[in-house]
Design a protein around this ligand. Structure first.
Ligand SMILES: [Zn+2]
Length: 235
């Protein structure tokens, strides 16, 4: 494990659900944005099934979650949020999703792309990684390496753009930690913006975010961190 110091000028995060980016990478994205980077976010799903309650109305929940993601993006300082609007549970790594992701990558031209590691399925014997996370992760990998950088893939989706680095969260093979000590408060506030998803009091959520960031930072000696699998795309 090593500390990663990175300040891209342009970055793109791609996640399945409206709250995923904040939980996984909110500190790092906020830090880049605060230091002048143009950081955009793609949310693949509409968030319409993100509830354990039977009486919750899916379309109303999706509308509420659109507001939450806008508020969280404002807190992090993101430049744009692209909502693809796929119903929760219906993400497929198909040609259509890859075409949409390639178009966003070629439009935004990020040096670094951040998203979920699709190879992680089971966590600690107590959690199965959501299918939407896995499908989004696979589609993102396929869109970035190699499609976006090669002109004969999706020729109608804009001029090719080669991404330099992938940072994958929710991974079993993290190899870098980003120090988020300066932005842990922004990350916490962004997570709290997703009020429809919080099954606990704010104080408890603050504690969970802090403890996880402390655990992630410890291997490289920083107070708060976020861990990723880093892939440098050289060719
Ligand atoms: Zn999710």
């Amino acid at each position: 494990m090593r500390a990663l110091r990175l300040q891209p000028r342009r970055a793109l995060a791609v996640y399945a659900h409206p709250d995923d980016a904040d939980v996984a990478a909110g500190g790092m994205l906020a830090q880049w944005a605060h230091d002048g980077a143009d950081v955009a976010l793609v949310v693949v799903c509409d968030g319409s099934k993100g509830s354990h309650g039977h009486s919750v109305d899916g379309p109303a929940l999706a509308t509420r979650r659109r507001g939450e993601v806008d508020r969280a993006a404002e807190i992090l300082g993101l430049s744009a949020v692209v909502l693809l609007g796929v119903p929760d549970g219906e993400v497929d790594n198909d040609l259509d999703l890859r075409a949409q992701l390639v178009r966003v990558v070629r439009d935004h031209r990020p040096e670094v792309v951040v998203g979920p590691d699709p190879t992680a399925v089971f966590f600690g014997g107590v959690y199965v990684n959501h299918r939407d996370h896995r499908e989004t992760g696979w589609a993102l990998l396929d869109a970035v390496a190699p499609a976006a950088g090669m002109p004969l893939y999706f020729p109608d989706a804009g001029p090719p753009h080669q991404v330099g680095r992938l940072l994958l969260s929710g991974t079993h093979e993290p190899d870098v930690v980003v120090d988020i000590s300066r932005t842990i408060q922004a990350k916490t506030a962004a997570v709290l913006a997703h009020a429809s998803q919080l099954g606990a009091e704010d104080a408890e959520i603050r504690e969970i975010v802090a403890v996880r960031a402390e655990q992630a930072g410890r291997p490289v000696g920083v107070a708060h961190g976020e861990a990723f699998r880093s892939v440098e795309l050289t060719w």
